[in-house]
Design a protein around this ligand. Sequence first.
Ligand code: ADP
Ligand code: MG
Length: 705
Amino acid sequence: MDKQKGIDSLFNPRSIAVIGASETRGKLGNDVMRNLIESGYEGRIYPINPKAGEILSHKVFRSVRDIPGDVDVAVIVIPAKFVLKAVEECGVKGVKALVIITAGFKEIGHEGQEAEKMLASLAEDYEMVIQGPNCLGIINTSAPYNASFSSGTPKKGSIAFASQSGALMTGILDWSLMEKIGFSKFVSLGNKAHLNESDFIEAFGRDSDSTFILLYIESVVDGRKFMDACRKVIPHKPIFVVKSGVSAAGARAASSHTGSLAGSDTAYDVAFKQCGVRRASDMAALFDVASVFDDMHLPSGNRVAIITNAGGPGILTTDACEASGLQIAQLTSQTVEFLKENLPPAAAVYNPIDALGTAQPEDYALCIEAALSDENVDSVLVLLTPQAMTKQAETAQVVVDAHTKYPGKPLIAVFMGGNSMVYPRIILTEGHIPVFDFPERAVHALAELYKYTVSRDSLKDESIPKFKADTKKVEKIISDVRADKRRVLLGSEAHAIAEAYGIPVARIRLATSSEEAKSLAEELGYPVVLKIASPDIVHKSDIGGIKVGLKTPEEVEVAFLQILDNARSQLPKAIIYGVDVQEMAEKGKELIIGCSRDVQFGPLIMFGAGGIFVNYLKDIAFRLAPMNRSDANELIMDTKIGTLLRGVRGESPSDVVAIEDAVLRISQLVTDFPDIVELDINPAFAYEKGKGVSAVDVKITIGGP
Ligand code: ADP
Ligand code: MG
């Protein structure tokens, strides 16, 4: 079914039924009716209640089926046990969208969860969309209509907001009225039984009344869909999100480095980054950005002009800008000359512009206008401290006027102080100027807007490379391992899988006797490495399960026996399959490339500095698979070892393309085989440009059948 068509009806209904409408004040069914009427909704309103009669001057129907005309939206506020029946009736009636406010579903346990599954399948059967259950409702300020039990309706504006918490929305709504922040859509996601965040992101993306998308989520229903929806929208509109709560660790076993190093929230962070979504640290930061965006254009660069009447705040702001990736603009010589001519000699005419404690509104006016019209300036921060000669209110008015004259660049006010700033701040807010009490928050919000433009511009529509691979061989190995009732692959099996996907590995063979080890060593060529082969021993060096640099048959024989001895004495219960004989690889830069699986987002690829100190250095970065070559390159360059690989201090650069290839091939492997729940290559040696890489330790774990 086309959920987007359903959401169109949900956003702009011609008629609304309120199932559970009530005449009694204090009941949700009364609140919803009141909000609908008071929001100025112009379509038809049909209260539904078995008692019939009239509610708030609207004729009551006993059931949706008794309504003579079409019904686009039905809002459901009856007790949970009656909801399924009402939904079915709506389906029969041909209602296009339902808003189920009623609580008592998934949040109460198994029974509720089953009921939600029924809701979703009814929605599909009758081709209608369902918002909720357990939600506050929906508000569209441009329809206009308020089908929620909120107290009050938000101001009309350009922000589309969807929230997984209804209570949080009520707080924000109330606060936004005071702060004069306007919304286009206000959607409470509830339990997301049918419509979820991805559906609304896509709809907000298509909605011409919304230019900015804010989300509060605790989880996403479908990671891939979420990323696809965001990628579609980000080129046109910013998406800012607060994600709270810790996601389920799910199938993640902690035996591999990748599994233990990926925090429970890593996948979300990476997903947001990979699709250009900006993550705000908390609600305050989210709405700081919103308050700036609601009134201002996006900055076209990161060069900021600061205007102040005191030195200290100017320095604070400069520091905050530099810490947030904003640059202090270098004013043009014309601007500097103009300021020199018009400001007192003691004033600072370079950025920050300090018009001194005696600065009058006229001084501010000329500074702000000079900054706004300077081609080297992308946005302007106006700081004011209340000093003896300061005229706060008049200065506020000057800021408002300057913005009206030059609306193209962001202009943000920081009016520091208490009582004397209350009224000036009102003037600013009324005049559509975002205003803050302290510089850091203003700078942070501005920086976020700028960073959105950067992530938007760096999103590339690059295809995912497809390498030739022997999938049959991988299937066979995995099914053999399953037949052997194992989940951890032996070294020889894991290396064979990597090889089947074209990942260069040091050749490795399993020996079950010292005689066999010697003949394999002969075949591979000396020197060789011997490694314990046991699914119960993941970290081989820890138990003396590795002997490197063996040059003769005698050394191989001794090592073989010694490794078995070490294993048996330290882990007597481990099942030992033999000893792997591996060709010795030339030393290179040690890398780790791994994969763990996230419940929502799937394969999470890790790259970083490898070797035995991985857990201590934690020089690692993550991306979600599948990925394109730019993703792979950025993943590598996000680490410190990435910088070293480029070649520093006279060292020749490493074969970064070969490393990218290895990352991409692994990304393809784990995407093709969801059976692989964990993969660790540690180390892979990276060589000079043109000489490739070589994996010497590949570990793979497969999921339960
Ligand atoms: P584990 O990580 O289980 O302890 P590895 O197979 O990674 O065991 O081996 C430990 C270390 O031995 C590696 O970090 C690497 O430095 C070295 N090593 C292992 N195999 C080879 C090889 N084939 N060639 C060169 N060095 C190797
Ligand atoms: Mg290792």
